[in-house]
Design a binder for this molecule. Structure first.
Ligand code: C5P
Length: 285
């Protein structure tokens, strides 16, 4: 039996635009995504000689074939015709779920990378990311990591220049948002403002953190904030204590602020700590 270890990194949507509904019921997106140093640990035993199992350190996460990490292993083995004699997956969870941080997708992506390594890299990282689309919309980006423009349902990826050095503070309020419901809601409203992805891309090219921060925008943010005014409170704390900009990530409910120093980030954390228990300081990875 071989044990593999792989880090699973959370993602933030620096921008997120919903372009329209597709015939398959999904939506075409355009999003600049960034992986950050909030990490789950994924361990994979291969060749256990027993039926497949999955364990997770956090309660409330499925531990059967509906878990994206399990699904990823199944998709990888199915597509590449591999028949490992039993797999055991163990996930140490730190990425909050129902947060828009892509936690489940990050775990799935880690499984894909680990299995590809075990079988001597038959797939390039881009081919592996493409395979990830069969597991979930955020899996392709989580497989690649870094900074990227993500389009289509999430399967079209283009690497962008790395995010300039900065510190993220991420705060997950208690409530969670149903992603499919949020997509249904956004179909029924006019989108009054959209991110300028071209401006974001050129800000990244110039390595100008201030301009990157100015261009952070997620079309879901006002839709969720309208129903959960506490997001305004969180964002006001970010804004008051030196964050360059602040926004919800993905379909929420976590919000992040971008700061240019660890000291300011620590102050923001202290202020949020009074009302929130799930707060993280993270770096781009
Ligand atoms: O693929 P994933 O499981 O992450 O998507 C969750 C749900 O979010 C989908 O069932 C769909 O309702 C919605 N979604 C969408 N368009 C996308 C991604 C997700 O409509 N590009």
């Amino acid at each position: 039996m071989t044990t593999l270890y792989e880090g699973a990194f959370a993602k933030l949507n620096l921008t997120l635009d919903v372009l329209g509904k597709r015939e398959d019921g999904y939506h075409d997106l355009k999003s600049v995504m960034q992986t950050v140093s909030i990490r789950d640990d994924v361990e994979l035993d291969i060749g256990t000689g027993k039926p497949w199992t999955l364990e997770c350190s956090a309660a409330g996460i499925p531990t059967d074939e509906t878990n994206l990490a399990w699904k990823a292993a199944k998709v990888y083995c199915g597509e590449l015709g591999k028949e490992p004699d039993g797999i055991a997956i163990r996930i140490t969870k730190r990425i909050p779920s129902g947060a828009g941080l892509g936690g489940g997708s990050a775990d799935a992506a880690a499984v894909l990378r680990a299995l590809n390594r075990y079988y001597d890299e038959p797939l390039s990282i881009l081919a592996l990311a493409e395979l990830g689309a069969k597991v979930g919309s955020d899996v392709p980006f989580c497989t690649l990591g870094g900074t990227a423009m993500v389009e289509g349902r999430g399967e079209r990826l283009r690497r962008l220049p790395n995010m300039p050095d900065c510190v993220f503070v991420v705060c997950k309020p208690e409530f969670s948002v149903s992603t499919p419901e949020l997509y249904r809601k956004i179909d029924q409203v006019a989108i009054p403002r959209r991110p300028d992805n071209q401006a974001m891309e050129s800000a990244l090219l110039s390595g100008d953190l201030q301009r990157v921060a100015e261009n952070v925008y997620n079309v879901f943010d006002p839709v969720v904030t309208a129903e959960h005014l506490e997001l305004n409170y969180i964002k006001s704390i970010f804004n008051t204590y030196g964050s360059l900009n602040q926004q919800m990530t993905g379909s929420g409910s976590a919000c992040f602020g971008i700061l240019d120093s660890f000291e300011y980030a620590a102050v923001v954390c202290n202020m949020l700590k009074e009302n929130y228990s799930q707060i993280f300081i993270a770096k781009p990875v």
